[in-house]
Design a protein around this ligand. Structure first.
Ligand code: FAD
Length: 479
């Protein structure tokens, strides 16, 4: 035991959870529901972690507003024209904050109802059974625990050469919505960068995007992204692929940015706001894991087995800190598994699929194996595509650019993956998730009666395309 732990512990518990993001609070609540005396520690004063406070939820509140503004603009083509919207930025930011507050208040109430003790402060291990929680005013609280669940999440990566300037922000800064810049550079063509670029462009900013690699949203199949790019061709001024930012100087008239690469402008370009969205790094090095004997990789991840156990049997890790994909719903499911094992049950994380969604407009969603991945891995598969140009509902919506794609195992004909691009793809993908988990084949999906006219019909129809029996498309060649 280290010197700190010669002091009597302030709290003794069955399970301590470090980090109150979606993984952490779900684990704590599950552990408490199973009868464990549970303590939930977070350095922030509110529960919810990145997702609720500075991630999924505030970004979706703003994306919803952006979607309505764009949809209203689009109605001009249907003969209904609105005046340009007047944007009260303070009120919009307050609305977003109120959405977050409603959810974090709800979490606090649920923690209380379960008698989960919440401690505010930074948690660091002092040995395999003690956590020191240090508050902002440096007061130390010692927690002795039987089991620990590490759910300390991740944080935005930075580019070390960028100067410190309020006009250079990460996603948290962008979500604060301090100003609508005239010109904005988004560094990074991943989902987070493009979601924020969508919001700011709808609010009136002229936007450039720079991406070091040869594609946007690289986890998604290229055919899905191609539809998004076509619809968004005029939304952004320059999308510079295979190009890097090499320097940035903060000057009174803006941030002067220099680029290098295939699509780099020759001269420096001046921006009012620069968003750095180049990925997130796990917080594995911020919890003194070594004092508990927990191994952390160089990048800050903590390796776990299917029970979410680290190399130390009674210490678990979940969520962003436990590996890719860094997504809230993965964290939640892992949290449940860890909590169940910590409470003495036998539970495994054996998901067949973890869906991903880009909530930019149109949405892109995929689940299970992607077509790119299937090809790379040499998986024998067959695909079926239903174009939304043949969907009555998509046409009625005036948004028929999308499509629904299903991938089936060539031998068993069971569904192994799927992707959707189009409005509401993030909601529609759930049926594909369930079908993969249930081991459904094309007949199961195609013979399931879907309501008409809906976009969800496109999933059933894609399965019918696979079977060669779709009557909403021209006759198919019989297989
Ligand atoms: P986190 O949510 O990162 O929470 C970790 C918590 O641990 C934090 O509250 C932190 O304060 C606390 N902590 C860290 N170290 C310590 C310590 N030493 N002591 C005490 N507390 C500590 N995912 C989706 O699935 N869908 C989306 O739409 C989506 N949108 C996103 C948008 C943005 C802008 C961002 C940034 C992320 C988004 N994500 C989204 C990702 C999602 O937020 C994360 O995958 C998710 O929050 C991970 O949950 P977690 O529980 O692992 O950790």
């Amino acid at each position: 035991m280290s010197a700190e732990n010669t002091r009597e512990p302030d709290h003794i518990c069955d399970v301590v959870v470090i980090g109150a993001g979606p993984g952490g609070y779900s684990a704590a609540f599950r552990a408490a529901d199973l009868g464990a005396r549970t303590i939930l520690v977070d350095r922030w004063p509110v529960l919810g972690g990145v997702c609720l406070n500075v991630g999924c939820i505030p970004s979706k509140a703003l994306l919803h507003t952006a979607f309505i503004i764009d949809a209203a603009r689009g109605l001009a083509e249907h003969g209904v024209a609105f005046a340009n919207p007047e944007i009260d930025l303070k009120k919009l930011a307050a609305h977003k904050d109120s959405v977050v507050k409603k959810l974090t208040n709800g979490l606090a109430a649920m923690a209380k109802a379960r008698k989960v003790i919440t401690l505010q402060g930074t948690g660091t291990f002092s040995d395999p059974h003690h956590l020191i929680v240090t508050s902002e005013d440096n007061r130390e609280t010692i927690v002795r625990f039987d089991k620990a669940i590490i759910a300390a999440g991740s944080e935005a990566m930075t580019l070390p050469f960028l100067p410190s300037d309020p006009r250079i922000v990460d996603s948290t800064g962008a979500l604060e919505l301090r100003q609508i810049p005239k010109t904005m550079l988004v560094i990074g063509g991943g989902i987070i960068g493009l979601e924020m670029a969508t919001v700011y462009s709808t609010l009136g900013a002229r936007i450039d995007i720079v991406e070091a690699l040869d594609g946007l949203m690289l986890g998604a199949d290229r055919d899905l992204v191609a539809v998004w790019q076509k619809i968004n061709a005029r939304r952004f001024d320059h999308v510079m692929m295979q190009t890097k930012v090499v320097s940035a100087n903060a000057e009174p008239d803006g941030i002067h940015v220099r680029f290098e690469g295939s699509n780099a402008p020759e001269k420096a370009v001046v921006y009012d706001l620069v968003l750095v969205a180049v990925g997130r790094k796990p917080n594995g090095n911020a919890i003194a894991a070594q004092n508990a004997g927990v191994t952390v990789t160089e990048r800050g991840f903590i390796a776990v087995d299917k029970q979410m156990r680290t190399n130390v049997n009674h210490i678990f890790a979940i969520g962003d800190i436990a590996g890719e994909p860094m997504l809230a719903h993965k964290a939640v499911h892992e949290g449940h598994v860890a909590a169940e094992n910590a409470a003495g049950k036998m539970s495994f994380f054996d998901a067949r699929q973890i869906p991903s969604v880009a909530y930019a407009d149109p949405e892109i969603a995929w689940a299970g194996v992607t077509e790119t991945e299937a090809q790379r891995q040499g998986i024998a598969f067959r695909k079926a595509v239903f174009p939304w140009a043949a969907s009555g509902r998509a046409i009625a919506n005036g948004r028929d650019e999308g499509f629904t794609k299903l991938l089936f195992d060539a031998e068993t004909q069971r569904i192994i993956g799927g992707g959707i691009v189009g409005i509401d793809a993030g909601n529609l993908i759930s049926e594909i998730c369930l079908a993969i988990e249930m081991g459904a084949d094309a007949i199961d999906i195609g013979k399931t009666i879907h309501p008409h006219p809906t976009l969800s019909e496109s999933v059933g129809m894609a399965a019918e395309v696979f079977e060669g029996v779709c009557t909403d498309l021209p006759p198919q060649k019989r297989r």
